[in-house]
Design a protein around this ligand. Structure first.
Ligand SMILES: Cc1cc2nc3c(=O)[nH]c(=O)nc-3n(C[C@H](O)[C@H](O)[C@H](O)COP(=O)(O)O)c2cc1C
Length: 180
């Protein structure tokens, strides 16, 4: 089993997907593990929608994530985990209000990280997609305009020759500060 560090180094935004079929059980397992993510006041303000290649509007969903020519690699993706923000709970809402902190966004970000790492363990590649047309995504999902899709995770098997990139990140000194 990969160490956590190795898994983090291995996880990358996959932008080259093979046409290998993705097992539904794997997607379900990933979402079940992700649902164990922590959240503010355990409010769990999320719903994960597993979209399968057989879904009649999967092409519309894909298109909604390809605004102005972005994300062309999605042409080969037919499985998605669509992350919807739902109502959490009053305790988290009031905590966020008094601290002026957007707890839901933090919760959903943590959830997304769990999804991607759980997928990694299953040998699947993911790419979080934040650049999408909300209205069109809602339409593709058959949701009314009030539903809040916050993230679309493209998921599938990476192509065999897809290399693991070296991580490019800011200097550690710029992102970690030790207060003594
Ligand atoms: C909230 C969020 C939205 C993102 N949206 C997109 C996107 O629309 N298209 C894309 O190709 N990558 C997207 N990414 C992936 C980032 O570009 C990527 O995580 C970053 O460049 C670091 O690379 P790595 O994931 O390979 O380590 C998104 C990532 C996050 C966290």
């Amino acid at each position: 089993m990969l160490s956590f560090k190795d898994m983090v180094l291995h996880r990358q935004s996959t932008r080259s997907f093979s046409d290998k079929e993705v097992e539904l059980e794997k997607l379900q397992r990933i979402c079940e593990i992700a649902s164990l993510s922590p959240s503010s006041c355990n409010s769990q303000p999320w719903k994960m929608h597993i979209v399968r290649p057989t879904y009649k509007k999967v092409a519309d969903l894909r298109k909604a994530c390809q605004v102005v020519g972005l994300n062309p690699f999605l042409d080969n993706v037919s499985n998605f985990i669509v992350v919807e923000q739902t109502f959490g709970n009053m305790k988290s809402k009031s905590g966020g209000f008094f601290s002026n902190n957007d707890m839901n966004s933090i919760d959903l970000g943590i959830l997304a990280a769990h999804i991607c790492l759980a997928a990694e363990e299953e040998g699947l590649g993911t790419c979080m997609i934040g650049a999408f047309r909300k209205k069109i995504v809602n339409k593709a999902m058959d949701f009314n305009v009030f539903r809040k899709i916050r993230l679309v995770v493209a998921i599938g098997y990476p192509t065999d020759d897809y290399e693991i990139r070296k991580k490019t990140r800011k200097n550690i000194g710029d992102t970690i500060d030790v207060i003594k």
